[in-house]
Design a protein around this ligand. Structure first.
Ligand code: NAP
Length: 265
């Protein structure tokens, strides 16, 4: 039997991709969408959606969850609404798969407790790109053998934070197995400030920002006579869809909240 899914934020960049993905998977059925516009319309009535995308659109979450018997709720909206939606889904016994980012640790704790109380599966993953999670795992494996490493992360020039959360997380994972070491020549000097990148426990992180980039990272290890490069590139938002698909399957067998795709794979 198909897994019945409701998507919140179907007109957004992530939401549009998710709707396409769901219609393309035989095991999945898009039963409805939650938007803050277009109440009572079908997706196909909205510009940019195919004629056969006939899922109904709701603006009232209670009405949506009451009228549509869904198994999984996928949220791709904003932190404020994503949090409210996730709570409502858990209260209705519908398993949330949340890609929306920016929850506070208090909100995550509250949702974790609610999922436990309701014995309902929930996955919240700030990075759905399976390749990015694998890149981090492989980097941790390699760091046990190559303590000399530099991380180069590259993103579009609209990104506000540096380094990226993924680069920081990679450095933290590497640090769990890497012998502490200050890299480079002990007497090295920067003649242009910051040119050697940010220092994370003696390893260097470099953040590149350019138009045209999406989300990319290289982890470069060096040893006597050899280098090893582990690289991941997100070319567009389709890169996050395999992660959402995997989480929809996995959340069906959970009865608690799991945070992070790396804890699901
Ligand atoms: P986006 O293009 O701005 O899409 C957000 C959509 O949510 C918009 O269509 C917006 O409608 C809609 N929306 C806002 N309030 C709503 C509500 N109350 N109910 C239903 N829909 C509502 O953003 P995006 O790039 O798709 O990203 C969406 C979220 O996913 C963000 O939090 C982003 O950080 C996150 N993200 C996660 C991953 C991951 O791997 N987990 C990857 C990329 C992005 P209007 O435009 O009309 O306001």
């Amino acid at each position: 039997m198909a897994i019945k899914i409701i998507v919140a934020g179907p007109r957004g960049r992530m939401g549009k991709e998710a709707v396409q993905m769901i219609y393309g998977v035989n095991d999945f059925e898009l039963t409805a969408c939650l938007d803050h516009k277009n109440d009572g319309k079908k997706l196909s009535d909205i510009e940019g959606f195919q004629d056969d995308f006939n899922a109904p659109v709701y603006t009232d979450i209670e009405k949506c969850f009451t009228e549509q018997q869904a198994d999984v709720f996928v949220d791709l909206t904003t932190p404020e609404f994503g949090y409210k939606h996730t709570k409502a889904a858990l209260n209705h016994g519908i398993r949330p798969v949340v890609g929306t980012t920016g929850y506070t640790s208090e909100q995550l704790e509250e949702l974790k407790q609610l999922a436990k109380d309701k014995k309902t599966g929930c996955i919240i993953a700030p990075n759905f790109a399976i390749g990015a999670v694998l890149m981090m795992k492989f980097a941790k494996m390699a760091a046990a053998y190559f303590p000399d490493v530099e991380i180069i992360e590259k993103h579009h020039d609209q990104k506000l934070d540096a380094p990226s959360g993924t680069a920081k997380k990679t450095a933290e994972l590497i640090q769990e197995v890497r012998k502490s070491k200050k890299q480079g020549h002990p007497d090295e000097e920067e003649t242009i400030q910051g040119v050697r990148g940010g220092d994370f426990n003696g390893m260097r992180i470099h953040s590149m920002r350019l138009p045209g980039l999406v989300a990319h990272q290289e982890v470069v290890f060096g040893g006597p006579g050899q280098t090893l490069t582990i690289q991941h590139d997100s070319m567009n938002r389709a890169s996050f869809m395999d992660g959402i698909k995997e989480c929809v399957y996995q959340v069906m067998d959970l009865d608690e909240l799991i945070y992070g795709l790396e804890n699901v794979l």
